[in-house]
Ligand binder design. Structure first.
Ligand code: NAP
Ligand code: MG
Length: 505
């Protein structure tokens, strides 16, 4: 195990100096000369040194993006040419697939299979929007004869795009691809913990022929440069993925300049397993639903409700299979579960589990920091299943963002729906049933942006991703996203024979 890890680090050592800001098509150090270090959560070892953007750099990036948008050619390019450029980005990413996967694993500690799937999806996002943009268009509307009304979709302008640490490259792709597809310019602010792949994506955009200033990447502190972008009068839109408290802060601050805002925030997504479900499929899907990406997913199905008739048989299989999940070398194919992003998050997770114990819940599996051989200095938590819970408990109400699931029985469909909707969040949800009528009925009543019916995942390029309630608003990964990066312009024309004289003077 050690050798794989060391080899990877050695390889990266050679690339270290390359992690700079990208502003106006140039790689550069920060104006202050400051840098910061990222650490591999699996080992605790340093991964790379990165230029740390200051407000001054954020200002330069906004100026570059503004200039590119107001004076540059990107938004005037024929659609096919922009589409070709997006496809070129995808093809360069494909040719650097292994490098992107490796960087993502080193920066996040996630497992190989998770990183591979996410890098592949990031590539496909660019391909999807290369196709989608060609069909994105305005409308001809019904107006009285002799008038004509068309609507055009115009790019919204300069977009600040603020990225979380849990899916660093995929979230960057979800934001950059649709924005530049419609002709916007972007300033990307990656998470401080995981900036590497977003920086490489910025380099790839330039290599693919995106003009200077259209894609800028400024790793730096959220409270400093993130906030600066949110308040900047020359930024037209903020697209944010991250925690609900920061999302609220961003929305309040962005209101001062009436920026367009889209927010993809936290979740506490429910899974409902009915007594007519295929139990094995529900067990496998629910395991993946919570433990994928080490539970550090906004749409993690972290509340599991199982019909009382099948509760015991379901739980027996669920716990048995959870025991088989392996933690360890993230680069190994056999590893199911990677590391926790850092010590702070590890403590948060353990704090929640301790609170559940204090409130009288039962730990059916796990419940403590994991000791992973060879990775003693990394941050690991045992896959954890908690039973004997109720809706007053913190572990049931709050987002934990770790490999921890709470399980409760229910007695009928009505109760299941009530429990599922009893949350301030509304991002994902899952229904396990073989009754199509029930699946349809329950889907309609769930307050969530996403319903997965007998399905362990939902995020394909083309499927809308986003939340109800305090999980945010706006949708990413779909055609509708293009509308959220555009303004609608209505053009009304008169083609009558006689000039109009509405005042009659
Ligand atoms: P976070 O603390 O909210 O940070 C997200 C991003 O915002 C980071 O780039 C962060 O920069 C930046 N930021 C922090 N404070 C800021 C401020 N005052 N102004 C502007 N930007 C600021 O979230 P996180 O800890 O990275 O990610 C975990 C959370 O994201 C979870 O709650 C999860 O549910 C949510 N999430 C949601 C989705 C979704 O699609 N709905 C997807 C993934 C994650 P720094 O890194 O420098 O702090
Ligand atoms: Mg944070």
């Amino acid at each position: 195990m050690g050798t794989v890890k060391e080899a990877k680090l050695e390889q990266l050592e050679m690339k270290r100096e390359a992690y700079q800001l990208i502003i106006n098509g140039q790689r550069m150090d920060s104006s202050s000369g400051e840098t910061f270090t990222t650490y591999n959560p699996a080992t605790g070892e340093p991964v790379a040194t990165i230029a740390k953007a200051s407000k001054e750099d954020a200002e330069k990036a906004v100026e570059a993006a503004r200039h590119a948008f107001d004076k540059g050619k990107w938004k005037l390019f024929p659609l096919n040419k922009r589409a070709r450029t997006l496809n070129k980005i995808a093809s360069i990413m494909r040719s650097r697939f292994n490098e992107l996967v490796e960087l993502e694993i080193l920066d996040t500690g996630k497992s190989l299979s998770a990183a591979q799937g996410q890098v592949m999806q990031a590539i496909e996002d660019f391909e999807f929007y290369a196709g989608a943009i060609v069909g994105h268009r305005g409308a001809v509307n019904n107006v009285p004869g002799q008038f004509q009304n068309i609507t055009e979709k115009e790019p919204v302008g300069v977009c600040a795009q603020i990225i979380p640490w849990n899916y660093p490259l995929m979230m960057a792709a979800w934001k950059v691809a649709p924005a530049i597809a419609v002709g916007c310019s972007v300033v990307v602010k990656p998470a401080t913990l995981t900036p590497l792949t977003a920086i490489v994506l910025g380099e790839i955009c330039i290599e693919a022929g995106v003009p200077e200033g259209v894609v800028n990447v400024i790793p730096g502190a959220g409270s400093e440069v993130g906030n600066y972008l949110v308040e900047h009068p020359n930024v037209d839109k903020v697209a944010f993925t991250g925690s609900t408290p920061i999302g609220k802060d961003i929305m309040a601050k962005a209101s001062q300049t009436l920026k367009r805002v889209t927010l993809e925030l936290g979740g506490k997504s429910p899974s409902l397993v009915f007594n007519d479900a295929d139990i094995d499929a529900a067990v496998d899907g629910s395991l993946f639903g919570i433990f994928y990406n080490t539970g550090q997913s906004c749409e993690a199905r972290s509340r599991l409700y199982v019909h009382e008739d099948i509760y015991e048989s379901f739980m027996e299989k669920f716990v048995e299979k959870a025991k088989k999940l392996s933690l360890g070398n993230p680069f190994a194919k056999e590893t199911h579960i990677g590391a926790i992003i850092n010590k702070g998050q590890l403590d948060v997770i353990d704090g929640y589990v301790q609170s559940a114990k204090e409130e009288g819940a039962t730990i059916a599996l796990g419940g403590k920091v994991a000791n992973v051989e060879g990775y003693e200095n990394g941050f690991w938590y045992e896959p954890t299943i908690i039973t004997g819970v109720n809706h007053d408990m913190k572990v049931v109400k709050e987002e934990i963002f770790g490999p921890v699931v709470v399980v409760m029985p229910f007695s009928d469909e009505k109760e299941a729906i009530r429990l599922a909707n009893d949350s301030e969040y509304g991002l994902g949800s899952a229904i396990w049933t073989t009754d199509y009528a029930r699946a349809t009925r329950v889907s309609k009543q769930i307050q969530a942006g996403i319903v997965m019916v007998n399905c362990p995942f939902s995020a394909f390029p083309g499927t809308p991703f986003g939340g109800y309630k305090q999980s945010g608003f706006g949708r990413e990964l779909c055609i509708e996203t293009l509308d959220l990066y555009t303004e609608t312009k209505s053009i009304v024309s008169y083609f009558g024979n006689r000039p109009l004289n509405p005042f009659g003077v």
